[in-house]
Design a protein around this ligand. Structure first.
Ligand code: APR
Ligand code: PHB
Length: 390
């Protein structure tokens, strides 16, 4: 088999790149290790920057997002038993975010790909990129007991943090930067109305909490937990008690609780691999970088990587120029590192660190106090949260 671009991974990165390439008439195949149902079963964050939403519109899959997504003009930071609103719309001269679950984005992209008749091989085993530093790259995979080979021009590694693409690069050709946080997020989904009309991020002596949502009838809540916590030690009742302990009294009293329909613990890390291009192999999204979810940047960074990489491929195939591909890694990493900084800053400012001590807690409090006494400080927060320019 031969195609122009082999995409490894059918998450948001791979699906969005595939849709844009297909729409531009650039032939591509997606190879996905898991089943379609498994990919759709993942519960992930749900705050879209305007650039991400515009890219989904450009890919022709934005109709349901525009109909069901919730435009948000701000969010609250809660500390000292009070909520303080960050007016994104006012501070960024009219920008806002769209609350729409990543699972829905993945669903819409899969529907778009099927409608376009593009090829996705699910449950593709032992996917391996080959000869990507030469002129004749190819990818092999196993399916139904046979080994298959796809010859291509380029390989897009969209296979996430645990994928094969980054791991197949020789150690001396790649450098990684990492910070693992000493805690995790215990998250639940419950079919109860969210306590706030907008998101509430809480800094509390007992630890961080976040009140988010999937719709006006489905809530998504998180509490910071020890890194080695086990989800089976957290009954629904224990979760509801803990999150209400971390919220301002009036908010806690207004919270409607109910049975969880999903409950899981995610670790938090910051990670970047450099560079993001190796000959004919390009890394996008979680394959190249990870952010703690505090700034809701994971999906949005995957989108900006795809914007740059799609433009580079289109330039190559239609304008016969490789300038975009040559610049892809530097351009993507410039935006990645600014989002890494913001996500690290939000995480450092809102969580309880075991070793931060009394001085560290005072510094954290001063940071929060300063935010709401300085328009410049609050604007920094707002412009990063809505997303820096591409
Ligand atoms: N072969 C084929 N597919 C693979 C392999 C492999 N060896 N390893 C992983 N995959 C698939 C996974 O099953 C998954 O469907 O690659 C896909 C990677 O998707 P994501 O991990 O969602 O990464 P990405 O598409 O970059 O999206 C980033 O997802 O994890 C969240 O917070 C993150 O919101 C961000 C977004
Ligand atoms: C979510 O809705 O899952 C969510 C929202 C904002 C974040 C992280 C997660 O910062």
């Amino acid at each position: 088999m031969r195609t122009k671009v082999v995409i490894i991974g059918s998450g948001p990165s791979g699906l969005l790149l595939g849709q844009l390439l297909t729409n531009a008439g650039i032939d591509n195949v997606i190879l996905e290790r898991a089943s379609k149902a498994h990919v759709l079963s993942r519960i992930r964050a749900g705050v879209l920057e305007e650039g991400t939403a515009a890219l989904l519109d450009e890919a022709g899959v934005g109709k349901r997002m525009r109909h069901e997504g919730l435009p948000h003009d701000g969010f609250d930071l809660a500390f000292d038993n009070r909520r303080h609103r960050v007016d994104l719309h006012e501070l960024t001269c009219g920008k806002r975010v769209l609350v729409y679950g990543q699972t829905e984005v993945t669903h819409d992209l899969m529907d778009g790909r099927e409608a376009a008749g593009a090829v996705t091989v699910y449950e593709a085993g032992n996917v391996q990129p080959h000869d990507y530093d030469g002129a004749r790259p190819y990818v092999t995979y196993e399916k139904n007991g046979n080994t298959h080979r796809i010859d291509c021009d380029f390989i897009a590694g969209c296979d996430g943090f645990h994928g094969i693409s980054r791991k197949s690069i020789p150690q001396d050709a790649i450098e990684s930067f990492e910070r693992v946080y000493p805690f995790g997020w215990l998250g639940i989904v419950a079919d109860v109305p969210p306590v706030g009309e907008e998101l509430i991020y809480a800094n509390h002596p007992r630890g961080f909490a976040l009140c988010s949502m999937r719709s006006t009838t489905r809530s998504r809540y998180y509490v910071q937990v020890e890194a080695d916590e086990r989800v089976e030690d957290w009954s629904d009742e224990r979760f509801w008690d803990e999150i209400r302990d971390r919220l301002p009294t009036a908010t806690a009293e207004a919270m409607i609780t109910g049975p969880s329909i999903e409950k899981s613990i995610a670790p938090l890390r910051s990670f970047v691999a450099e560079p993001m291009r190796f000959g004919c192999l390009f890394l996008t999204g979680d394959a190249a970088h990870i952010v703690p979810p505090t700034g809701a940047k994971g999906l949005n960074l995957a989108a900006s990587d795809v914007r740059y990489l799609f433009d580079a491929f289109r330039e190559f195939y239609i304008e016969r120029s490789s300038a975009g591909m040559d610049d892809y890694s530097n351009k993507a990493l410039s935006r990645v590192w600014k989002a890494e900084r913001f996500s690290w800053w939000m995480t450092s400012t809102l969580h309880r660190f075991p070793d931060q001590g009394a001085f560290g807690q005072r510094i954290q409090h001063a940071e929060l106090d300063y935010l709401f006494q300085s328009r410049a400080a609050l604007t920094m927060l707002a412009e990063n949260y809505v997303g820096l320019p591409y």
